[in-house]
Design a protein around this ligand. Structure first.
Ligand SMILES: Nc1ncnc2c1ncn2[C@@H]1O[C@H](COP(=O)(O)OP(=O)(O)OP(=O)(O)O)[C@@H](O)[C@H]1O
Ligand SMILES: [Mg+2]
Length: 168
């Protein structure tokens, strides 16, 4: 079974992948598979031919962690979420430029990854998990329970729209 771990940058995909790997799970990192499909690079950010990458992706029995994971034909999809004010803190701590922080925080507030995911995956295969105040070990426990069928699918209960910035 291929399990995708998706979410806006900074929501904790890599941290969760590290924890699952520590538990002995197979974890593939999207970032390590996109190389041949990079079509451009702007300010150090690689632009990927997502269609070509997704079509060429060899299915794995395990977890696939990264920002494009929701574009793959996963059997289960976990979408990590983070409250926008905390996400802003995490991305600022990385030294991202303000415009990049704002863009990602807005995407999180607008459910962009969830919407893209639901265009491709039946809702009963999707689990959203908020990582804002959740220790990564607890997130990993939830994911394991979801994959085992002990935790039901769930999405749409998170509403960050109150964090959208109004005005110019
Ligand atoms: N409860 C938490 N769960 C996950 N990460 C957390 C949590 N609290 C703080 N963090 C921190 O937030 C950051 C999350 O970054 P991480 O690299 O895992 O995100 P990502 O989703 O992989 O981002 P990217 O898409 O840019 O690779 C890390 O510095 C991590 O230590
Ligand atoms: Mg990451």
């Amino acid at each position: 079974m291929m399990v995708g771990i998706a979410g806006t940058p900074g929501t904790g995909k890599t941290a969760l992948g590290d924890e699952l790997a520590r538990r002995g799970e197979r974890v593939v990192r999207v970032a390590e598979t996109v190389g041949p499909f990079v079509v451009d690079e702007v300010d150090g950010v690689r632009e990927v031919d997502e269609e070509a990458w997704s079509a060429a992706f060899e299915p794995v029995d395990g977890y696939v962690e990264g920002g494009l994971a929701h574009l793959l034909p996963c059997d289960r999809l976990v979408i990590l979420r983070c409250r926008p004010d905390e996400l802003e803190r995490r991305l600022n701590a990385r030294g991202y430029p303000p415009a990049k922080v704002r863009e990602n925080v807005e995407a999180e507030a607008l459910d962009v990854v969830l919407c893209e995911a639901l265009e491709r995956h039946p809702p009963d295969r999707v689990l959203e998990i908020e990582t804002t105040d959740r220790p990564v070990g607890e997130t990993a426990d939830l994911v394991a329970a979801f994959v085992a069928g002990r935790e039901p699918p769930s999405h749409g209960r998170i509403d960050f729209s109150g964090y959208l910035v109004v005005g110019p």
